[in-house]
Design a protein around this ligand. Structure first.
Ligand code: NDP
Length: 455
């Protein structure tokens, strides 16, 4: 008889947990997945997928406006928020079904409930204990909100995706990924949007030109950005909210949303109690094989707070399964992982920002800013920005940055080039596709004049 009930028990059916479980199942392991909420996790149910559907839905507003310059007349176009949310929900239901099916098809047992680690090989679900040779913790993260008086009135991206009505006036606290993405959605659909950021620029950690230019473009679209500003309190006033700012000013909003980061979901999971080491942010500390401080307990995805992106969690899950259930040891290379912010216009980057590159390299910078062809006729005052950060000594392209339509689609291709260690000379030797915006990445010939790094 087998020593354990399962070879693998996974806590959490999000991107990382599902990929690891289904591959392990496919390789013949006896696997159970425990999920307390919906199969698919943050990305599919509360993040990337519903958010992108709403971004696509909202972006039509700009397409309609732009079409006029091309001879279209469009009268009477209206948007029904509730219809869009219902359509999105239907798609999520379909996706949840797909996730369950692919797990079952791989022979994985699905267990609904909250899994808590009871010891190095035991998980308890609603009072029932089950054992496994390995436990994979893939319980993700959860939004954190600032602690000001009235914070209970503040919604997060979880609720923003399910609002019954689109708010007329919304204040969004934060200037990271989620804040700018939701600002774009609500603004395009007609809400008055104010981003409240505690620093001077959006998107901390991104390249300085990207940060500055995205701010300009959002402001051109009518999004207000209150910089160096914090909310002191929020108070309910009838159907609306009174928002007090640090300097004592009051504003009225229909909705206040916080997009102020996410924290790993490690509380009440039985981890610390069972000697699983957590870092100061509460994330599970793992080695390159995704192994925690307890030999039989592993973790992948946002709960480890490494690079909190879906494709990273998927790859961590895949490599965990390949290593331990298919005898093909694999570890993930965290360099040059491309990412995108689905703001309007979108941002996408791969590699180092100018500031990061300057720490270890002498750099040459290539920057272009131009009006995309579409806007010559649409008349829209929107400018695309592309930037290459190149190592002076080796000619290697260290970073590619873009703010503008289709940036994520374009940067995905360039990520392959950076993974291959492409040089600027190889970019130059690449013949562009005309007329596209993407061709600018291979036709930037003159570096920008030397400039002082920003403090
Ligand atoms: P981010 O960490 O990206 O941004 C948090 C923002 O909140 C920052 O602007 C930060 O300001 C601000 N902030 C933090 N605490 C406070 C506070 N107490 N008061 C006021 N402002 C505060 O977090 P998000 O919530 O936007 O996203 C979480 C993570 O989810 C991302 O880091 C990313 O990994 C992932 N994600 C990825 C997406 C994608 O790939 N497209 C989309 C959405 C999320 P400051 O800059 O001053 O620190």
């Amino acid at each position: 008889m087998a020593k354990f009930d399962y070879d693998l028990i996974t806590i959490g059916a999000g991107s990382g947990g599902v990929r690891a479980s289904r591959l392990a199942g496919k390789y013949g392991a006896r696997v159970a997945v425990i999920e307390e909420s919906r199969y698919g996790g943050t990305c599919v149910m509360r993040g990337c997928v519903p958010k992108k559907l709403l971004v696509i839905g909202a972006h039509f507003a700009q397409h309609f406006e732009d079409a006029i310059g091309f001879g279209w007349s469009l009268q009477g176009a209206t948007h029904d928020w509730a219809k869009m949310i219902a359509a999105k929900d239907k798609e999520l239901e379909r996706l949840e079904g797909v996730y369950k099916r692919i797990l079952r098809d791989a022979g994985v047992t699905l267990i609904d409930g909250r899994g808590v680690v009871a010891d190095a090989h035991t998980v308890e679900v609603d009072g029932k204990r089950m054992t496994a040779e390995k436990i994979l913790v893939a319980a993700g993260g959860w939004p954190v909100t600032p602690d000001f008086p009235g914070h209970e009135h503040v919604i997060t991206s979880n609720e923003a995706l399910d609002l019954k009505q689109r708010p007329k006036r919304i204040f969004i606290v934060g200037g990271g990924y989620i804040a700018v993405e939701f600002a774009g959605i609500f603004n395009a659909l007609g809400s008055e949007v104010t981003l409240v950021i505690r620093s001077g620029q959006l998107l901390r950690g991104f390249d300085q030109d990207v940060r500055a230019i995205l701010g300009e473009e959002l402001e051109k679209k009518g999004i207000k950005i209150r910089r160096d500003c914090i909310i002191r309190s929020v108070e309910k006033k009838g159907a609306a909210y009174s928002v007090m700012f640090d300097l004592g000013e009051e504003q009225i909003a229909d909705c206040v949303m916080a997009a102020t980061g996410r924290a790993p979901n490690t509380a009440k999971l039985g981890l610390k109690e069972n000697d699983v080491k957590l870092n100061s942010k509460g994330a599970v500390v793992v080695d390159e094989w995704n192994r925690s401080s307890v030999e039989s307990i592993f973790a992948v995805g946002d709960i480890t707070d490494r690079v909190n992106l879906t494709p990273v969690a998927i790859n961590e899950g895949r490599m965990f399964a390949e290593t331990f259930f298919n005898k093909k040891p694999m570890t993930l290379d965290y360099n040059n992982i491309a990412s995108a912010v689905f703001s309007q216009p979108p941002v996408s980057v791969v590699g180092l920002s100018e500031e990061e590159a300057r720490k270890n390299h002498n750099v040459r910078l290539f920057i272009t800013r131009f009006r995309a062809m579409k806007h010559t006729l649409s008349g829209r005052d929107e400018r695309t920005m592309m930037k290459l950060v190149v190592d002076k000594a080796t000619d290697k392209v260290l970073g590619c940055h873009m703010v503008g339509d289709d940036a994520p689609e374009i940067i995905q291709g360039l990520a392959v080039a950076l993974k291959c260690g492409a040089t600027k000379a190889q970019f130059d030797a690449t013949v562009g596709i005309h007329p596209t915006a993407a061709e600018e990445f291979v036709t930037m010939r003159d570096p920008v004049p030397e400039r002082e790094p920003e403090a």
